[in-house]
Design a protein around this ligand. Structure first.
Ligand code: AMP
Length: 121
C-alpha cells in the first residue's frame, strides 16, 4: 500500500480539518482522539508522509524519530498522566488493525488501562 495524502491525519496536518491540539513542534503534531477510549486519549503523529513504522524506521531522519519519541513523554506530562502511568499503542497494518493510513501513536491514560490485549477472537 502506498501513502494516500487524502487520509484524515494528512488533512489535519494541512489544516483542512480541525483538531484539538495538545502539542506540536517541527516534526510532530499531537491532538485528542475524536473517539477517546480513556479519559486522556491523544494521538501523536509525525508531520512527514509515513504510512506506518516500516517506512518511518527506514526513511525518517534521526531528528524525526527522536521527536516522535520525545513527544510521547511531552504529551504525558502536558495531560497530567505521567505520574499515574499510561499506555502507548501503535496499530500497524492489517493485523495491527490500523484504520488511518498515516503513522500515529495512541497515548492513553487517566484510568487503569487493564490488560494489554484482549484474547484473539
Ligand atoms: P487506528 O485504528 O490506530 O488507525 O486509530 C485511528 C484513530 O483515529 C481512532 O482512535 C479514531 O478515533 C481516530 N480518529 C479518526 N478521525 C479522527 C479525527 N478527525 N480527529 C481525531 N481522531 C480521529
Amino acid at each position: 500500500m502506498s501513502y494516500d495524502s487524502a487520509n484524515i491525519f494528512a488533512r489535519i496536518l494541512r489544516g483542512e480539518i480541525p483538531c484539538r491540539k495538545v502539542y506540536e513542534d517541527a516534526h510532530v503534531l499531537a491532538f485528542h482522539d475524536i473517539q477517546p477510549q480513556a479519559p486522556v486519549h491523544v494521538l501523536v503523529v509525525p508531520r512527514g508522509a509515513y504510512l506506518s513504522w516500516d517506512d518511518f524506521h527506514a526513511a525518517a531522519s534521526d531528528a524525526e524519530q527522536a521527536a516522535l519519541s520525545r513527544a510521547i513523554g511531552t504529551v504525558a506530562r502536558l495531560t497530567g498522566i505521567d505520574a499515574g502511568g499510561y499506555r502507548v499503542i501503535s496499530n500497524c497494518g492489517r493485523n495491527g488493525h490500523q484504520e488511518v493510513p498515516h503513522l500515529h501513536v495512541h497515548v492513553l491514560g487517566g484510568r487503569p488501562m487493564g490488560r494489554m490485549v484482549a484474547k484473539a477472537e
